[in-house]
Design a protein around this ligand. Structure first.
Ligand code: NDP
Length: 485
């Protein structure tokens, strides 16, 4: 029996806090189905404590120099890297993702965000704008105040850090609510930030279901909301934030196209399709789940894809050899299985996988459908699981129209050796994050986010600063001031 119980459910004002009056939330290890911890949903008292702590800490945190704030964030990044093993094990317990993945992609990318925004913090400035007669304007880049972060369950450490790092660098404080499916990892981020020197109240974590998130979003003390989640939740949260004209960042779902032209390197294209569909058992928002393959390369692509999927090592996620783990929950597996049934019923060809594994836990084989057409449900709706759809195409003009015929716009990719075509294709994509001969990279230095229904705003890079601060304009008159009367 694994015991992953945190010291307490919430982390507020620099310490762990418990309130067992809240609804119990069992934490289930997806590889076995066993309950490894229980946390308690935040009661109104806990929500109040967290918001009050964040509000009280904000002015002093913003009054520190950016260099001082940055030093704390960079120290937190160092601690995260030193503890990468333990944090990766916890991430695996929380999500079921293989240790082979979590040890490379989770605490490490969280640390990258803390280091990057820690580095930027000291150089966040306004500007000087000269006017006539010596008059001038200067701008001050100011913090927004208390920022609420709400996370999805696929990257609990990374999402907490991607939201905390730019918020804190700009002088904001934060209350973060993880998904109730993966409540453990964000608590460690809060603990590490305090250990690195963050004053109490600067970064708080409270648990709960959607209603806790909704209570945070509507509180008048909150200036900004950053959500990573599905489009339906995004619409609700955006609308609630709009009622008070709050700032938002929305990182939502997708149904991204990945176009493979005849002239592509088959091995590279197959690698792109694997990285864009099966990493984290397919539970990645930017996945290129509509794989458009030009007819001349289709047979070779499908053959190599099946051969390489057969090399996936599916099993105990803690075994460093395992490269493909379970789905996050029984419920998510059931959703994905219902899409697999729809794919079959609507006439797609099941080319690979499609079945549960005969073992404990929420395992589902990597699954490939071919002969998928644009009108099929599996080609239109986000599945959020290991299901890749192959759609055939003839011409560039045709595939571009079909690739963009979606309400989503998170990501898009192209594989071709013709670089002129590659740049033309990405210029035509209606998507926020595009890839040429690669897929699903997300370095902190580059803006990440979606267009259309996939989101608003950008995370990572200098672009995130615009979403966690605002400019105050100051007019300064040195010349004689006159008035009409
Ligand atoms: P959900 O939209 O179900 O939930 C996201 C978060 O919002 C959870 O913490 C949830 O709480 C909370 N929430 C739900 N309702 C409300 C509400 N009314 N007010 C405030 N908060 C609320 O998404 P999932 O957790 O199922 O994650 C999967 C989705 O996330 C996919 O669509 C995926 O594409 C997207 N995603 C987007 C990414 C991006 O960067 N663009 C990255 C990763 C995922 P709880 O669930 O605990 O009740």
């Amino acid at each position: 029996m694994i015991d992953a119980a945190p010291i307490a459910s919430h982390f507020i004002n620099g310490e762990y806090v418990e309130d067992k009056d809240g609804t119990p939330i069992p934490v289930v290890y997806p590889a076995t189905g066993e309950v490894i911890a229980t946390v308690y949903s935040a009661t109104p008292t806990i929500i109040e404590k967290a918001l009050a702590a964040a509000k009280a800490a904000q002015a002093e945190w913003a009054a520190m120099t950016g260099t001082e704030r940055g030093r704390i964030l960079r120290r937190a990044a160092d601690i995260m890297r030193q503890r990468n093993h333990d944090l990766s094990v916890l991430e695996t317990l929380d999500t079921g993702k293989p240790y082979q993945e979590t040890s490379l992609a989770d605490a490490t990318s969280g640390a990258d965000a803390l280091e990057y925004f820690g580095g930027l913090s000291g150089s966040l400035t306004g500007e000087h704008i000269p006017l006539a007669d010596g008059d001038f304007v200067y701008t001050r880049r100011e913090a927004l105040g208390v920022c609420v972060g709400i996370g999805a369950w696929n990257y609990p450490t990374q999402i907490a850090c991607w939201k905390a790092a730019p918020a804190l660098a700009c002088g904001n404080t934060s209350v973060f609510k993880p998904s109730e499916t993966t409540p453990l990892c964000a608590l460690k981020v809060a603990e590490i930030l305090v250990e690195a020197g963050a004053p109490p109240g600067v970064f708080n974590v409270i648990q709960g279901l959607g209603e806790v998130g909704a209570a945070l979003v509507t509180d008048p003390r909150v200036a900004k909301v950053s959500l990573t989640g599905s489009v339906p939740t995004g619409k609700k949260v955006y609308a609630a934030a709009a009622a008070e004209m709050k700032h938002v960042t929305m990182e939502l779902g997708g149904k991204s196209p990945l176009i493979i032209f005849d002239d592509a390197d088959v091995e590279a294209a197959v690698s792109g399709a694997i990285l864009g569909n099966f990493y984290s058992s397919g539970q990645v928002c930017s996945n290129g789940t509509r794989v458009f393959v030009q007819k001349g390369i289709k047979a070779a692509f499908l053959k190599r894809l099946s051969e390489r999927l057969a090399n996936a090592v599916i099993g105990d996620p803690m075994d460093p050899e395992t490269s493909f783990g379970p789905m996050v929950s029984e419920a998510q597996r059931a959703i994905v299985e219902s899409y697999i049934e729809k794919g079959k019923a609507e006439g797609a060809t099941l080319s690979y996988g499609g079945n549960r594994l005969d073992r404990k836990g929420f395992f589902l084989e990597p699954t490939v459908f071919s002969d998928v057409t644009d009108d099929m449900t599996i080609a239109r709706e986000e599945i959020f699981g290991p299901v890749l759809s192959v759609l055939d195409f003839d011409t560039e003009a045709e595939v571009m129209a079909r690739a963009n015929a979606t309400e989503f716009g998170l990501a898009a990719g192209v594989f071709t050796k013709d670089l002129t075509r590659a740049h033309r294709v990405v210029a035509g994509f209606e998507a926020g994050t595009c890839y040429i001969n690669t897929y699903n990279d997300a370095p902190v230095e580059a803006p990440f986010g979606g267009s259309k229904l996939s989101g608003v705003g950008r995370e990572n890079s200098k672009a995130a600063i615009e979403h966690y601060s605002e400019l105050k304009t100051v007019y300064v008159r040195l010349s004689q001031l006159e008035a009409p009367f």
